[in-house]
Ligand binder design. Structure first.
Ligand code: IMP
Length: 430
């Protein structure tokens, strides 16, 4: 058996949760490999909306076991809230169905305080983080002072580690940022409670997945964020602190590359971004309002985690080619094709112009990217509402041509296009 991978091909918010939900019906295990509760995955099942941040979207399928992998950072308070909310809606989140890798790292209130303090300190240069403590938790991981989930199984070691951790962060919070110190005893007591509830969920992630592969069980790796938010391959420093790209799957779940099967890039039919940083195809005004939608429309473009309005723009094929290259994408699944209905013309960015020269690759140097102007190809749009389309031939000719154009330009097949928020609202392209 192999591991199929879902990767965000843009700046996150591509609709990975709904694609995971779609594929989870034929999968036995879904593993999250990177990020934390900075992610927001929305799944709509029979009109019921589930918004998940940490727990893999596969959880809404009874047949699926979910693993929060070692590459993630976990805020246990958020995880437990999410588990309780799912339980209240009749979803089983017992240790049989929800597993946590021993080597995943923990986010504490001290990480969140550091995230907020750093962002405030950056002033006009703020990254626009989700302020969930993601960066400071990954910093501690690489600095080798992080707290791992394995501590939930060792109450005394956990209490000691929290004391040391909070004391270290308090030194920085008070001396560098002039903030109030945090109470280590309060945090240690909170974490003792989390440990009792979460310890039964701990597993050795790589051993668990290896056994699953040997048993012939199917595995789906669920990504968070997106390729352009990758710490190495994104628009640094306006990125997250992990690897939401294909390399992050291998390290973040502890599986070798020989097991990888499909590598599915998820991309919106347009582009969006939350937070600061360059965005060559960004739109303002009426067209931006159209793509963003407003709160009463099913497609409203507001961050699931932060509620911030997303910045929006036309589809950027230069960026998607970068995602295809970095991740060896074997296919792309498009989301939100329905949002383009009603537009007389649709622009697609095919290259950039930088200082009078045509550029076909995505520069990750911010100054260069800031100088890039999009070169558009204008395609004819379609009038019809496509939300009821269930097969390719149900789509208007121009929508089919749009899919074919994007696929040919990228050199990878587009295998699916979603036409509405519901699980059934999509078209498989064969
Ligand atoms: P952080 O991950 O909270 O440190 O935020 C760093 C950058 O990544 C900010 O621009 C965030 O808006 C962005 N970001 C983090 N997670 C997501 C996500 O799930 N979707 C979209 N943007 C995200």
């Amino acid at each position: 058996m192999s591991i199929d991978i879902i990767i965000g091909a843009q700046w996150g918010d591509e609709g990975k949760g709904r694609i995971t939900d779609l594929l989870a019906a034929e999968t036995e295990i879904v593993g999250r490999y990177s990020g934390g509760d900075n992610a927001g995955h929305t799944v709509t099942v029979n009109g019921e909306v589930f918004k998940l941040h940490l727990i893999p979207s596969g959880i809404v399928h009874n047949n699926v076991t979910c693993l929060i992998g070692n590459g993630t950072v976990i805020n246990p308070a958020v995880l437990l809230q999410e588990m309780d909310a799912l339980t209240a809606r009749g979803v089983d989140v017992s240790p049989r169905r929800l597993k946590i890798s021993l080597n995943a790292h923990l986010i504490t209130p001290a990480h969140i305080a550091m995230d907020k303090a750093h962002e405030a300190d950056r002033g006009a240069d703020a990254i626009g983080t989700t302020q969930r403590g993601i960066g400071p938790a990954y910093t501690d991981k690489t600095e080798r002072s992080g707290l791992r989930a394995e501590l939930f199984a060792e109450p005394e070691a956990l209490a000691d580690a929290i004391q040391l951790h909070v004391a270290a962060k308090n030194r920085v919070l008070t001396a560098v940022f002039g903030a109030d110190p945090l109470d280590a005893d309060v945090i240690a007591a909170e974490f003792a409670g989390y440990a009792k509830r979460l310890a039964p969920h701990l597993v050795n992630g790589p051993v668990y997945l290896d056994q699953a592969l040997q048993d012939g069980r199917s595995i789906l790796a669920e990504g968070a964020q997106g390729t352009l938010l990758d710490i190495d391959h994104g628009t640094y420093p306006f990125v997250t602190s992990s690897s939401p790209t294909v390399g992050g799957v291998i390290t973040g779940l502890g599986v070798g590359p020989k097991h990888i099967g499909r590598i599915i890039g998820v991309a919106k039919a347009f582009t969006s971004r939350v937070g600061s940083g360059p965005f060559p195809c960004e739109l303002e005004g009426e067209m931006a309002e159209w793509l963003r939608g407003t709160g009463d429309k099913p497609w409203d473009e507001f961050g699931t985690t932060t509620g911030r309005p997303r910045r929006v723009g036309w589809l950027d094929l230069v960026m998607l080619r970068h995602a295809v290259r970095i991740n060896s994408l074997t296919e792309i699944m498009l989301t939100k094709l329905d949002i383009l209905s009603g537009l007389p013309h649709i622009n697609v960015c095919i290259a950039y112009e930088m200082n009078g020269k045509r550029v076909d690759y995505f520069p990750t140097n911010l100054d260069q990217l800031g100088q890039c102007q999009p070169i558009f190809e204008t395609l004819p749009g379609w009038e019809e509402d496509i939300m009821d389309a269930r097969k390719l031939s149900d789509l208007p000719e121009n929508a089919q041509k749009y899919i074919a154009y994007v696929s040919e330009s990228l050199g990878v097949p587009i295998t699916y296009a979603s036409v509405g928020p519901g699980r059934v609202q999509g078209v498989f392209v064969k």
